[in-house]
Design a protein. Structure first.
Length: 160
């Protein structure tokens, strides 16, 4: 009888679902995901509006508007780039800061831009701010808040 009492007692205990917030992306994950998305965004082909537009999903709405603002004058009426851009990283990202859920990092490399008029290659870096507060599971994906291309001349340390 004691065994049956235990079973009834256990069966009568309320079972509460465990509510645990989804894990937030760690800094390394934010950098890895946002770096891949940022590099993809600045690697586009002349005349490929759809290719450029695919990058939009990786940005916050404000970040995308800012990115396109830098492209003003270099997009045709259909939104296609009027030049080709290729960025090749020379090494991994360096985290510059993390503040209020935003991770800011820089990736040095080489930026090549070409059009019908010619081709130019620069020592360059991309500086990215990405939202760390975005959740990996059950929430919004990691998003780029800011993407800036920096060209370097001479002994500039921004591209090292």
């Amino acid at each position: 009888m004691i065994g049956a009492f235990r079973v009834l007692l256990l069966a009568a205990l309320p079972v509460f679902p465990q509510t645990q917030a989804p894990a937030k992306a760690d800094q390394a994950t934010v950098v890895r995901v946002a770096a891949k998305a940022a590099i993809a965004a600045i690697n586009f082909r002349q005349g490929d509006a759809a290719g450029l537009a695919r990058a939009r999903a990786d940005f916050t709405p404000e970040g995308w508007k800012e990115f396109l603002k830098h492209m003003e004058g270099f997009l045709d009426p259909k939104g296609a780039p009027t030049f080709t851009s290729t960025f090749l990283p020379s090494r991994g990202a360096t985290v510059l800061a993390e503040d209020h859920g935003v991770v800011r990092f820089r990736i040095p490399g080489t930026l090549t831009q070409s059009s019908k008029l010619g081709r130019t290659t620069y020592r360059a870096a991309i500086e990215v701010s990405a939202l760390r507060d975005s959740m990996i599971h059950g929430g919004e994906p990691i998003k780029i808040k800011h993407l800036e291309q920096i060209t370097c001349a001479g002994t500039s340390t921004a591209c090292q």
